[in-house]
Ligand binder design. Structure first.
Ligand code: ATP
Ligand code: MG
Length: 383
């Protein structure tokens, strides 16, 4: 058997729920997920992250303090993980560190995206090479710098016989369309973009109505609270009219756009009836919005395909129910059926990006991000 080639992928997503680690072996033909680890953030860290999503006071001090603080939390999680796996730092070739996005503005004149969780500090703390800053070069080449996962999805989920969609329901939802490997000669290509809201807006609305549902969770567990509400058709129509949903691709988004202020703008438009809207009905409407904006995009791309879901949103039963209903003509699975747990796909992708950096493999997808050329993403930081 070939000697293991182990990389760790590290993801801290838009939901700011916690740190996802994936230990991946690249010694075989296809990357193999060896094991995974999750460390939830405490309330204070979650607050520190989410408070930086939008312009606020003293951002530079707060962002760069958190940059270091997160690197320490990432390092602690990696140490625990290695201990649990009975591995040492020297067994790991590199860590692929996505970091934590705190601002993503890919479409303005001076486009930029900011991920914190200092790679250099992480390398020194773990004594492992760290590859990070994956989004920078794609942005420098005129791309959106996001989503980056479609290239990885193509690498491991493409199918000879069928067109495939991978739907990642994270804070923001994104889809990858992977044409069947047999159909490339029919002119079909990889497609991938952020469809819009996923869980983040659901989380924000849920947390701001704690007094009503009584839960101190960051999210509506299983979508139980949403299930007590009824979709408000007039609100749904208004939200669906937002310009993001009809923007041409390439496109990507974040919490600086889809947030409570964005929602409030549409709630105000419904005024004065706004005052009588039930918060649980609004939550039900937001769930439907996430499901429909994913489903509409899928339907516009391919009439038949297998759909594989991943990301934290798959645990929201109400959201999953809405998706099943909106996509009843398609076969829907979880990525588990392709051998990768729904909660590990994103972190695994960042292990692959680190591997691609070391092997000088092109890892961006210009057709997805709009970058002017194919390139290898990332920068390396040594201990
Ligand atoms: N049991 C559950 N019931 C309902 N929602 C859940 C449950 N578990 C997780 N979630 C949702 O999933 C979110 C976390 O998902 P995930 O980690 O995929 O998103 P993310 O961190 O934004 O990732 P990314 O940005 O990489 O897509 C939580 O914030 C929550 O909204
Ligand atoms: Mg997460």
């Amino acid at each position: 058997m070939a000697t293991a080639q182990l990389y760790i992928g590290l993801m801290s997503g838009t939901s700011a729920d916690g740190i996802d680690l994936a230990l991946v072996d690249f010694s075989a033909n296809k990357p193999t997920l060896v094991s995974s680890y999750y460390q939830a953030y405490d309330e204070e860290t979650h607050q520190k992250i989410t408070s930086l999503y939008n312009p606020t006071d003293n951002e530079i001090d707060r962002a760069f303090n958190l940059d270091k603080e997160l690197a320490h939390l990432f390092a602690q999680a990696i140490k625990q993980f290695l201990q649990q796996q009975d591995l040492s730092a020297s067994d790991i070739i590199a860590i692929g560190n996505h970091g934590q996005t705190i601002r993503h503005r890919p479409s303005q004149k001076n486009a930029f995206t900011v991920q914190i969780g200092c790679c250099q500090t992480l390398a020194c703390l773990t004594n492992i090479n760290v590859i990070g800053l994956f989004r920078q070069k794609d942005i420098a080449l005129g791309g959106q710098g996001a989503p980056l996962v479609p290239a990885f999805h193509q690498e491991i989920f493409s199918d000879d016989g069928h067109d495939v969609f991978i739907v990642n329901i994270g804070g923001i939802a994104n889809i990858s369309y992977l044409p069947s490997l047999n159909s490339h000669n029919q002119g079909k290509t990889l497609i991938g973009y952020d469809t819009g809201t996923g869980n983040a807006l659901l989380d924000d609305w849920f947390v701001s109505h704690q007094a009503l549902h009584g839960s101190t969770n960051h999210y509506d567990k299983n979508g139980d609270w949403a299930a007590t509400g009824n979709v408000i058709p007039a609100l749904l129509t208004l939200l669906l009219s937002d310009k993001y949903f009809t923007l041409p691709t390439p496109k990507s988004s974040g919490r600086e756009y889809f947030n409570i202020t964005w929602l409030q703008h549409y709630l105000d438009k419904l005024a004065p009836s706004n005052s009588v809207l039930s918060p649980a009905d609004v939550q039900a409407t937001l769930v439907k919005l996430s499901a429909l904006t994913i489903a509409n995009e899928i339907k516009s791309i391919a009439k038949t395909a297998k759909i594989y879901l991943c990301g934290g949103g798959v645990h929201n039963k109400t959201l999953k129910g809405e998706l099943n209903q909106a996509l009843s003509n398609y076969e829907i699975f979880l990525t588990n059926q392709k051998g990768i747990d729904t909660d590990n796909v994103e972190a695994m992708a960042f292990a692959w990006l680190a591997y691609a950096y070391n092997k000088k493999i092109f890892s961006n997808s210009p057709v997805v991000t709009g970058a002017s050329k194919k390139t290898t993403l990332g920068c390396i930081f040594y201990p």
